[in-house]
Design a protein around this ligand. Structure first.
Ligand code: SME
Length: 159
């Protein structure tokens, strides 16, 4: 099944509420984690026009780049490093309104101005993270954390 996304309008919450069932439908009946992560990235990237949307997957003592949409990115991130490594180490979502004010931020693209990272948890353990970057300062808030966290539970089920 591959369809165009339904045209999405409204404020951010309304956009998520229209988008999430479509992502769920895309994942329905597909158990492959890479396929589902790839479609999640494409749907989010197309809907919100964010700079970068992607997953990093925990492999040993590093996060390794997984499916993404956007400019090329760094491939490996150690535990505790950058925003992604912090989200992994602390097993929590990390909102960064201004990347220049986050100590240790890893600048994969100089165009990134703000960022949100949400962990994918399985049995309380971080197995991947979802990273989103915007070219706008302060682009993300608790609404993004709420919806992206729900999306990460769907990915957890197939990862
Ligand atoms: N900025 C991230 C690195 C990943 S890129 O943004 C795709 C970080 O500080 O962990």
């Amino acid at each position: 099944m591959a369809e165009d996304l339904i045209k999405i309008t409204g404020n951010k919450s309304e956009q998520y509420r229209t988008l999430m069932p479509q992502i769920k439908a895309l994942m329905n009946g597909e158990s492959d984690a890479v396929a589902n992560m790839a479609n999640c990235c494409a749907a989010l990237h197309e809907t919100f026009a964010w700079l970068w949307v992607g997953f990093y997957i925990v492999k040993g003592d590093e996060l390794v780049l997984g499916p993404f949409q956007g400019p090329v990115a760094c491939t490996r991130i150690p535990l505790g490093k950058g925003v992604c490594g912090t989200s992994w180490k602390e097993a929590r979502a990390v909102l960064v309104p201004n990347v220049e004010e986050f100590p240790g931020h890893i600048a994969c693209s100089s165009r990134s101005k703000s960022e949100v990272v949400v962990p994918v948890l399985k049995d309380g353990v971080v197995i991947a993270i979802l990273d989103v970057d915007s070219e706008t300062l302060g682009a993300f808030d608790d609404t993004d954390v709420t919806f992206l966290t729900e999306l990460c539970t769907w990915i957890s089920d197939c990862l």
